[in-house]
Design a protein around this ligand. Structure first.
Ligand SMILES: [Cu+2]
Length: 455
């Protein structure tokens, strides 16, 4: 007996019964022979969302109402090993836990305030009574420290949505208060997904040596995060070859983020207004997620390790000093000695680019102020990845079990499919070239290094 039939026969899971019946009535159940789809596998009638580095808030049923309980509170948050901060979040984490429900559900969301100041929660994108919209002062009194408020409404839509405070908003968002609110369509999905990921984009001003984000900063942030983590601490997104994958991305940062995925043309299948009709889907490789927006992208997994990142290059390389002087091409050997009389251990860098930063960090020469991350941290099978912010890897593998989200390790490339060195001579070949070389003498090139940093 298939699991779905068992659930139907036992009648023990009434919501599943209702949803499955709705699916049947709308003609979406067409896999009765053979393997059930992932969509049918789940007793709730949908593929649960997986929040990398995050979690989904359990609910309880109270008189037919799905009841969730969020607690706004100060938390200790780690962006990546080496950088911890006192942030504000929900139920112990930033982002807060993902809320997940089905179109048509009656929900009650209790919100307890354990912050040192008042708060409220706005249900971003939801259609609801004005008084449940969560704008303190406008639609409700603010929730004072120690108080618990109840929000209650019926979900009239489906799609990717968010929640965040609408009280002292600049401070409370800058401190990390936000979460995703995912509503699955009641009638199932014409093209169900096998894996469903949810990622919230954010930015933080963590000044070197400090332990709380600075809410006053408007543009010059130094931590760019997916689900409040920076690479390489962001979980990899795992999928099986041929599986249909959805990544839901929301943006509550202060910048727009052009989110780029390698290896496939994805389809943008939904936005602030839920899942779009099939005719509106479009193929892209980069999709701008505007501030306050949500976008769903979907693709079929192709084997490999594929970068998934914001395309604003500073947003992929974290604690950049944005006011650094440009030292490209500057011989700093003299000034290094002079500065060392004032700052022992100072190392001049940047003459040949910033890539050597990682080598200095690895060798222990460049330790930042306390509680700061090096600019670029990730290690790959071929060397430094030189990323450190809104960057992670989509790892697609053959033969992964459904629901297995464990990191499968680095991709084993089939023989002959990796770019390789064919010469070490800078004057190799006769490449077409226009214009004049600034530095034609190949002997002036820095000595190539393969692994680590030699002294
Ligand atoms: Cu960005």
């Amino acid at each position: 007996m298939k699991r779905r039939d068992f659930l139907l026969a036992s009648g023990s899971v009434l919501p599943a019964l209702a949803i499955t019946r709705a699916m049947a009535e709308s003609g979406h159940v067409h896999h009765n022979q053979g393997e059930p789809t992932a969509h049918e596998r789940d007793p709730q009638g949908y593929t649960p969302v997986h929040t990398p580095n995050g979690w989904t808030l359990p609910h309880r049923m109270v008189d037919g109402v799905k009841e969730f309980h969020l607690v706004a509170e100060e938390i200790e948050h780690e962006f990546a090993p080496g950088s911890k901060a006192k942030c504000w979040g929900y139920n112990g984490t930033s982002p807060g836990p993902t809320l997940e429900a089905v179109e048509g559900d009656k929900v009650r969301i209790l919100v307890t305030n354990r912050l040192p100041e008042h708060t409220s929660i706005h249900w971003h994108g939801l259609i609801l009574p004005s008084g449940m919209d969560g704008v303190s002062g406008l639609t409700q009194p603010a929730i004072q420290p120690g108080e618990t408020f109840a929000y209650e409404f019926t979900l009239q839509q489906h799609g990717t949505h968010m929640y965040h405070p609408h009280a002292d908003e600049m401070v409370q968002l800058a401190m990390g208060m936000m979460g995703m609110f995912i509503i699955h369509p009641k009638a199932g999905e014409p093209e169900p997904v096998d894996r469903d990921y949810a990622i919230l984009l954010h930015n933080w001003a963590m000044h070197p040596g400090t332990s709380r984000p600075d809410p006053a900063v408007m543009q010059e942030f130094d931590l760019w995060t997916m689900n409040s983590k920076v690479f390489p601490a962001i979980d990899t997104l795992v999928a099986g070859s041929g599986e249909r994958v959805r990544i839901r991305v929301g943006n509550l940062s202060m910048w727009n983020h052009p989110i780029h995925l390698h290896g496939v043309q994805f389809q943008v299948t939904g936005g602030d207004g839920g899942r779009w009709p099939r005719e509106q889907w479009r193929n892209e490789v980069t999709e701008i997620i505007g501030v306050g927006q949500m976008r769903d992208i979907e693709f079929v997994g192709v084997p490999g390790d594929w970068a998934f990142h914001c395309h604003m290059s500073h947003h992929t390389m974290n604690p950049m000093g944005h006011d650094l002087p440009n030292t490209l091409g500057v011989d700093q050997s003299g000034i290094e000695d002079e500065i060392r009389t004032l700052l022992p251990g100072y190392m001049a860098m940047g003459e040949h680019g910033m890539g050597e930063h990682q080598d200095h960090t690895d060798s222990g020469h460049m330790t930042g102020p306390p509680n700061t991350l090096p600019m670029m941290m990730g290690k790959g099978p071929f060397g430094n990845i030189e990323m450190g912010g809104m960057f992670t890897v989509v790892k697609v593998r053959d033969g992964l079990a459904a629901g297995d989200f464990r990191d499968p390790g680095w991709y084993q490339h089939p023989a002959g499919t990796v770019a390789q060195r064919i010469s070490g001579n800078p004057d190799y070949g006769q490449p077409a070239r226009r214009g004049r070389l600034a530095n034609p003498a190949s002997k002036d090139l820095p000595v190539p290094k393969r692994q680590g940093h030699q002294h």
